[in-house]
Design a protein around this ligand. Structure first.
Ligand SMILES: O=C(O)C1=C[C@@H](OP(=O)(O)O)[C@@H](O)[C@H](O)C1
Ligand SMILES: C=C(OP(=O)(O)O)C(=O)O
Length: 434
């Protein structure tokens, strides 16, 4: 069922403090690492959303015990081993479809994977071929596929073309310590020499593995070595989701207001931290202090020419801002977004142009030129970040309707509530229930 939503228009500068829920990327890594650890683990501040619930359901289907206490603390125990003869629903979650199969090879029987209709289009073959090279038997090259697990995995060295997604590398590294020979992953794009996108996400993987006592060598460019050994039990404290914070910070940028997101980590591997630099270049004042990250918007927003290769996740937010800026923008280095929840480059260009804007797809990104926007329907394409981009545009353009705001449940089910509260003149502080 889709939920149409009239995006509220700001009646003046937005002033608010918005607490955002935990990071999807950290939550799903922590859940998996806890499941593969010797004595289980727990997560404080974990995100509850469709993607993280899918990860929990996947682990439960593999026989892992996952309990969620009243205070939201998630306890995970996979010490009894992973069970086969199971089914995993990946939904549209890249972190489930790319991270769980490398763990499922350790189960004691077949594990079948499937997902949403569009998930069947998302690139998977690189991971599946890599697992075959490392000793797994798998039928299928995209969703749906079956991992014929035998209880152990040889591991060793594998060369992959990870230019379509950093998740191919992260998935192999997260489970690699549990393979007999560990794993060494090399990136090599034979055809075009394209680099791995979203490198902060691989740094997140490496950092979290090290925090769980796993030896990782990433000293050579494009090569990661995970030594075999136990994954330690620990308590994971999940940072706020900085990518999901960006639409709220964008509200300050668009309206010349001031928005603070508390709990902004001083040292993080989250790609979302990159928004500070981009907003500064667009004319905002951005400060990080003990209070959090505060963005003060300018009277008029400047366009920006920016390489988004490392921070592709932020593209829908930045494209929405660019459509409202007073000078042209060029977003580069993001051809891989064509394999995200939807083809994000096509979707953004179509939706901006559908409201009278001027966005053009390039080979590796978007060029967005200022043009007056008008009321109309903004399509979400089952993509949470397309929906939130529509909300940003709606702040400045009256009569924008997002055709399915429900897609924000992928990583932020409370989005409509938080957005409305941020805009409510009587509310200055907004807490997430998530
Ligand atoms: O590892 C992760 O948690 C993610 C990696 C990135 O994927 P890509 O490398 O496919 O862009 C990012 O866009 C995605 O939202 C989450
Ligand atoms: C690309 C994204 O998600 P996924 O983890 O499904 O790849 C995203 O959240 O922007």
């Amino acid at each position: 069922m889709t939920t149409a939503w009239r995006a509220p228009t700001a009646t003046g500068p937005v002033h608010a403090t918005v607490t955002v829920p935990g990071s999807k990327s950290i939550t799903n890594r922590a859940l998996l690492l806890a499941a593969l650890s010797t004595g289980g683990g727990s997560l404080a501040g974990a995100l509850r959303s469709r993607d993280t619930d899918l990860m929990i359901a996947a682990l439960r289907s593999l026989g892992v015990r996952v309990t969620i206490a009243d205070d939201g603390v998630v306890r995970v125990d996979g010490s009894a081993g992973l069970r086969g003869s199971s089914e995993v629903d990946c939904g549209l979650a890249g972190t489930v479809m790319r991270f769980v199969p490398p763990a499922a090879v350790l189960a004691d029987g077949p594990v079948r994977f499937d997902g949403d209709p569009y998930a069947r289009e998302r690139p998977m073959r690189t991971v599946l071929d890599a697992l075959r090279t490392l000793g797994a038997q798998i039928t299928g090259d995209a969703l749906p596929f079956t991992v014929h697990a035998t209880g152990s995995m040889r591991g060793g060295e594998v060369t992959v073309d990870a230019s379509a997604s950093s998740q191919f590398v992260s998935g192999l590294l997260l489970s690699g310590a549990r393979y007999d020979d560990g794993v060494t992953v090399r990136h090599h794009d034979v055809r075009d020499g394209k680099p791995v996108p979203s490198m902060p996400h691989i740094e997140m993987t490496v950092r979290m593995l090290r925090e769980a006592g796993v030896a990782v060598n990433d000293s050579d460019v494009n090569t990661w070595r995970v030594e075999p050994g136990p994954i330690a039990s620990r308590v994971w404290t999940i940072e706020p989701d900085l990518s999901n914070a960006t639409p709220f910070l964008a509200a300050a940028a668009v309206t010349g207001g001031s928005v603070t997101v508390p709990g902004w980590p001083a040292d993080t591997t989250q790609a979302g931290d990159g928004i500070r630099h981009i907003l500064t270049r667009m004319g905002c004042q951005v400060t990080v202090s003990g209070h959090g990250c505060t963005v003060d918007g300018p009277t008029a927003l400047s366009g920006v020419d920016v390489d988004m290769h490392d921070v592709g996740e932020l593209t829908p937010t930045v494209a929405a801002l660019a459509a409202l800026a007073e000078s042209p923008s060029r977003l580069r280095g993001i051809a891989h977004l064509r394999g995200h929840e939807t083809d994000r480059l096509a979707a953004l260009a179509t939706e901006i142009n559908g409201l009278g804007g001027a966005a053009e797809e390039t080979e590796d990104g978007l060029v967005i030129t200022p043009a007056p926007l008008r009321a109309g329907v903004w399509h979400a394409y089952a993509d949470h970040r397309m929906a939130t981009a529509g909300a940003i545009v709606g702040l400045a353009v009256a009569g924008v309707e997002v055709d399915d705001i429900g897609t924000t449940s992928k990583t932020m089910p409370d989005f409509p509530l938080l957005w409305n509260e941020m805009l409510s003149p009587t509310t200055s502080s907004v807490e997430s229930a998530g």
